[in-house]
Design a binder for this molecule. Sequence first.
Ligand SMILES: Nc1ncnc2c1ncn2[C@@H]1O[C@H](COP(=O)(O)OP(=O)(O)OP(=O)(O)O)[C@@H](O)[C@H]1O
Ligand SMILES: [Mg+2]
Length: 330
Amino acid sequence: MILGIDTSCDDTGVGLVALPAGGRAEVRANRIWSQVVHARYGGVMPELASREHVERIDAVMQDALAEAGAGVGDIGAVAATAGPGLVGALLVGLMYGKGLAQGLGVPFYAAHHLEGHIFAAASEAELEAPYLALVVSGGHTHLFDVAAAGEYRLIGATRDDAAGEAFDKIARLAGLGYPGGPAISEAARRGDPKGVAFKEPMLGQAGYDFSFSGLKTAALLAHRAGASGEDLAASFQAVAVKHLLKVTRRAAADLGRRTVVVSGGVAANAALREAFGASGLQAVFPSQGLNTDNGAMIALAGAAAMRAGRPPSRLDAGAAAYVPLANVDG
Ligand SMILES: Nc1ncnc2c1ncn2[C@@H]1O[C@H](COP(=O)(O)OP(=O)(O)OP(=O)(O)O)[C@@H](O)[C@H]1O
Ligand SMILES: [Mg+2]
């Protein structure tokens, strides 16, 4: 089995996947400790995140082994996120993973957080290049063209806020609670998607970039003008999904891609899944529970690296706040 660790932000995640000879990797465990210490600050406090990871990681790993019905002796390789993320937080999982790999005498893989998000979808289907990968999370709205396995070309990204960030900020201003994504999709069920007239971002613009800050401003103005939280949620969700789909579709048509992997926290959104599912594209999503940060996605990325014959990482591999996935990543 391959053990995957993600401590890039405020979730301590440990997952285990089995890699049967010739078969598809299977998730055997996925344990996450979501830190609550940050709630009173309204944002993640990096130093507190690191300390919590130190305190929790061992218990989360024991829980993951128990969930898989496995012992440390069943671990054949270890993968841990090395970046991007909060450096102090990353270091905890990275050092823990390296120590474990060294102690067990098994290969270690330093993983890229976004490659992990993409490979979360390998829980549902074998990812066979070529495909497009849309990562929509709290910090990223990145569209990659993957012409061949492991070759990521960034073809578009948000010019301002990430999609998940917009969900969070609009939920906060509408008083819908935190985290914003689930709060918005819940409130949207009771709202009118045409209740607030949002203008679709970047209309008439070429290329594959995204933008969400205009929607945020429009939401603020509509809120001040008395729009209900439910209508704001339904209308924002509708326009955000439309925007994400339209740009992705254009890229797929231009590049001749049929398959789109959609991952990251926003990929949990039911309206987004429905729209991509009905788009004519072959959309692949992570299993529910693997959209937001987790360790299983890092184990899946590690499994893919092993399958591809990628050499293990050196044990002096460092953590970094910013690491491009593609050489042109922004
Ligand atoms: N059902 C949902 N609908 C829309 N957005 C959602 C939903 N569930 C979660 N999200 C959003 O997903 C985001 C969190 O996703 P994730 O954990 O992948 O991001 P992150 O790790 O914070 O960012 P990054 O991976 O870019 O560093 C939050 O912004 C949250 O609001
Ligand atoms: Mg993430």
